[in-house]
Ligand binder design. Structure first.
Ligand SMILES: Cc1cc2nc3c(=O)[nH]c(=O)nc-3n(C[C@H](O)[C@H](O)[C@H](O)COP(=O)(O)O)c2cc1C
Length: 153
């Protein structure tokens, strides 16, 4: 099983979470690709069995600059995902109550609209509660691995 990991980050915290995701998934014996440039062509080229999207939120509920083009391309080109499994890890800060984790929600909604299948409820990591988001993501990542494994049976 091949998983592609995507990271939308402004200041690098989400990249740390995505790095940890790669470590955990590889440790479970999965083939993992970390997408460098966020473009739909590159993403589709990977022919991954599952997508893991990690993203923070910036501005007033916006996606990080490096993830905006991919989100736009998903909206405009509308590649149907035909039940492809995906998961979303959203980093945010509850100091922004009206737009808490809105970037993750935007990606999640887009993937659902494209008929992806969400494997686990979106993980929300709150910068007001933790500064070790990558450690806090580990239990969810373990469940993500289990959910992927269950699909292979
Ligand atoms: C300018 C700015 C705007 C932000 N806006 C939001 C927001 O609207 N909603 C939210 O949940 N978090 C918001 N955050 C919090 C970040 O998403 C959070 O700190 C995250 O961990 C940053 O991850 P990153 O370093 O990968 O970008 C904002 C942070 C900054 C600096």
């Amino acid at each position: 099983m091949r998983v592609v990991v995507i990271s939308g980050s402004m200041f690098g915290t989400t990249d740390l979470v995505a790095d940890r995701a790669v470590t955990v998934l590889q440790g479970a014996g999965l083939q993992v690709e970390r997408l460098g440039e966020m473009s739909l062509d590159l993403l589709l080229e990977q022919q991954a069995d599952a997508w893991l999207v990690c993203t923070s939120t910036t501005g007033m509920g916006e996606l990080p600059d490096n993830l905006l083009p991919l989100h736009l391309q998903l909206q405009e080109r509308f590649p149907l995902l035909d039940g492809k499994p995906f998961g979303v890890i959203a980093l945010g800060d509850s100091a922004y109550p009206d737009t808490f984790c809105a970037g993750g929600l935007l990606m999640r909604e887009q993937l659902l609209e494209l008929q992806g299948r969400e494997l686990l409820p979106m993980l929300q990591l709150d910068a007001s509660e933790t500064v070790t988001q990558e450690d806090d993501a580990e239990p969810w990542l373990g469940e993500f691995v289990e959910a992927l494994a269950a699909r292979q049976l």
